[in-house]
Write a protein that binds this ligand. Structure first.
Ligand code: NAD
Length: 264
């Protein structure tokens, strides 16, 4: 328990599991009131019960399909009605489809862009009014190291994650004057169920992470949540329009394998 988010109200999308659950839990532990949202309602309700130890009246679950603007309007209104305001939005919901370009269909491409990119725009748009009313706020968009570099088979996902880094900078520029900061967290490979997606079958993500990240292992959801906590809190009050990369050093440069023979 702590007080790094005391008095703040947060909405977290895709909050029922994985990083979203880790972020929701950490925010609640640090004193925030949290509206956990997702489309997997049973898991969302269960998580809120689990967080209950932190004070169940401070945490609630609501269905929110982030691709639907009307659901955004209703969810943000719900947060204001339950908790009085909105200070923090974490756009975390995402889907991963790994398909080489020749086999990628327009439907799959559009689905990935809808959830990972357009929804981030809808979310930012939906919270501006309440955040202005609250005197400011912090938008935390979960992008990826795939927002900084290409990865084979992830043409739609990479496009969306690059877009999120760019859209966040636009939001930072437009909204600074009304006290709203906007930043991204860019995780590298992190142990969540996204890594179990059918398209990822045959990819040994643990071994790949051990090879590619100088820190020699896959990331954990709580390590991404720690960055999202910093960006939501007033500790980051002079930080806007930037990315925090949480990848064990994987995108620092080339050379881990190349120089392994001469390293310590
Ligand atoms: P996850 O699959 O465990 O969680 C994603 C969540 O998003 C799920 O709870 C899912 O139900 C929800 N979701 C999917 N479509 C939705 C929709 N239309 N509306 C609302 N919610 C929806 O994966 P995760 O790893 O926890 O992913 C969280 C975020 O982190 C995503 O944006 C993902 O792209 C990003 N990310 C993950 C990794 C990784 O290695 N796991 C790396 C970089 C970035």
């Amino acid at each position: 328990m702590g007080d790094r988010l005391a008095g703040k109200v947060a909405i977290v999308t895709g909050g029922a599991r994985g990083m979203g659950a880790a972020i929701s839990t950490l925010y609640a532990e640090q004193g925030a009131k949290v509206l956990v949202t997702d489309v997997i309602d049973d898991e969302g309700e269960a998580l809120v019960k689990e967080i209950g130890g932190a004070g169940v009246d401070r945490v609630a679950y609501r269905h929110l399909d982030v691709t639907r603007e009307a659901e955004w309007t209703a969810a943000v209104a719900d947060a204001v009605e339950r908790f009085g305001k909105v200070d923090v939005l974490v756009n975390n919901a995402g889907v991963l489809r790994a398909v080489p370009i020749p086999n990628m269909t327009e439907d799959i491409y559009r689905e990935v862009i809808d959830v990972n990119q357009i929804a981030v725009f809808l979310g930012m748009k939906a919270v501006v009014g309440p955040m202005v009313a609250a005197g400011g706020g912090s938008i935390v968009n979960i992008s990826s190291i795939d927002g900084h570099q290409g990865t084979p088979t992830l043409v739609a996902y990479v496009a969306a994650k690059y877009a999120v880094c760019g859209m966040t900078r636009v939001a930072a520029l437009e909204l600074a004057s009304v006290g709203i900061r906007a930043n991204t967290v860019c995780p590298g490979a992190t142990r969540t169920r996204m890594m179990d997606a059918p398209d990822m079958a045959g990819v040994d993500i643990e071994a790949m992470s051990a090879r590619m990240a100088p820190l020699g292992r896959i990331g954990e959801a709580h390590e991404v949540a720690a960055a999202a906590l910093f960006l939501a809190s007033d500790e980051s009050s002079y930080i806007t329009g930037t990315d925090i990369v949480v990848d064990g050093g994987a995108t620092s440069g080339v050379g881990v394998e190349m120089f392994s023979q001469v390293s310590t």
